[in-house]
Write a protein that binds this ligand. Structure first.
Ligand SMILES: [Mn+2]
Length: 301
């Protein structure tokens, strides 16, 4: 039985179900932990949200930490839940009011609440679900300490050496930064040096990853940090390398929805010659694969 930490899904519900079934085929008691950002950008945010609300439990087969796309909607969702919207009142809403609600966020989430006639009572359930989520989950597996969070956890979230402030005592600034922070691809998880941080948030399709073509669109290992966001939703925007990925905590085995051979991807001339030149001039010492090998040694201790 394995623990699979799954990258950002962003409304790609069908891809998620295919990926889950692919993993369950080889491990029928698999446990899944989402790194957050289940909604927005993709077409099926509400379906994905519905799946999460039905299945995610704090110690269940499906677990989850909150992402910035959930976090940033909390306040407006609370307002929505207090407006006493019913199916009837939404049906009778004038177009201007619908537009005002749909403009609450730039990804169309609130627009789809109106479109699907989501009542205030239902919105309150969504709000309560998101409020119940942790900002980080700690796991100790085979003697290795893991922390799962959406983006990063800075040192000011420590309450003492090697000890993070418990979820319920994090302040709003800390919560904001845990779901939003972006650090350079190579940076380790300096906050807790003896712990591996597993996170999403910055797809490994981002420009900053182009200098590591062998890991472009794949799970990225940096010292004691693992980025599992392979940007599945950007498949719909023409990124051939976009993928849905999970890492198995028991042995750091990588799992992908699409097992595209690397040569095929790299042959696509994704990288301009200018970029190639920059890469050659960089002559960086950094190797993500070497980072992975070093992390694997932790299991042998
Ligand atoms: Mn994010």
């Amino acid at each position: 039985m394995g623990t699979y930490v799954v990258g950002d899904i962003h409304g790609c519900f069908e891809e998620w179900i295919s990926f889950r079934d692919k993993i369950l085929d080889i491990d029928d008691s698999a446990e899944f932990i989402f790194v957050g950002d289940l909604i927005d950008r993709g077409n099926d945010s509400l379906k994905m949200l519905d799946f999460a609300m039905k299945n995610v439990r704090s110690h269940g087969q499906y677990q989850m930490v909150i992402g910035n796309h959930e976090y940033s909607k909390l306040r407006d969702l609370k307002v929505y839940s207090l407006r006493n919207f019913t199916k009837e009142s939404i049906e009778n809403m004038d177009e201007d009011s619908k537009l005002m609600v749909s403009l609450l966020d730039r990804y169309g989430f609130f627009g789809s609440l109106i479109h699907e006639k989501i009542t205030s009572d239902k919105a309150k359930e969504i709000y309560d679900f998101w409020m119940s989520l942790s900002y980080y989950i700690e796991k100790k597996i085979n003697g290795v300490n893991f922390i799962i969070a959406h983006a990063f956890i800075n040192s000011y979230c420590l309450q003492g050496p090697g000890v993070l402030i418990p979820n319920e005592y994090l302040d709003d600034g800390m919560k904001h930064d845990i779901v939003w922070e972006r650090v350079e691809p190579e940076k380790g998880f300096f906050t807790l040096k003896d712990t591996i941080l597993i996170h999403g948030h910055t797809p490994t399709l981002a420009d900053s990853f182009k200098q590591y073509p062998e890991r472009y669109g794949k799970i990225f290992f940096a010292e004691n940090r693992i980025n599992v966001d392979c940007g599945i939703v950007f498949k719909h925007a023409g990124f051939k390398e976009a993928n849905l990925a999970a890492i198995r905590l028991e042995d750091l085995e990588e799992f992908y929805l699409y097992d595209t051979p690397r040569d095929e991807i790299l042959d696509e001339a994704k990288f301009s010659s200018d970029e190639c030149k920059n890469n050659m001039m960089n002559e960086t010492e950094f190797s993500s694969d070497e980072c992975k090998n070093n992390m694997m040694k932790l299991f042998a201790r």
